[in-house]
Design a protein around this ligand. Structure first.
Ligand SMILES: [Zn+2]
Length: 68
């Protein structure tokens, strides 16, 4: 089978029969809000919502300096 396009990054991936819902959590990953499925406790982030580079990036970029 061909995997789905990586529109989301799963932090915790569990099988979910048919009720994969989306609830928000208080946590963030890579600057994106972490979502959780109340049915199977999978957790993921939407790649499009990231605002920070992956923590394993070897070339950290300085934070943007918006007018202080
Ligand atoms: Zn689920």
């Amino acid at each position: 089978m061909v995997p789905m396009p990586p529109r989301a990054r799963y932090l915790v991936s569990n099988p979910c029969e048919d009720a994969c819902g989306t609830i928000t959590t208080d946590r963030t990953a890579e600057g994106a809000p972490v979502y959780r499925c109340p049915g199977c406790d999978s957790e993921w982030i939407e790649l499009a919502e990231r605002t920070e580079p992956a923590p394993d990036a070897s070339t950290p970029t300085p934070p943007p300096t918006e007018g202080t």
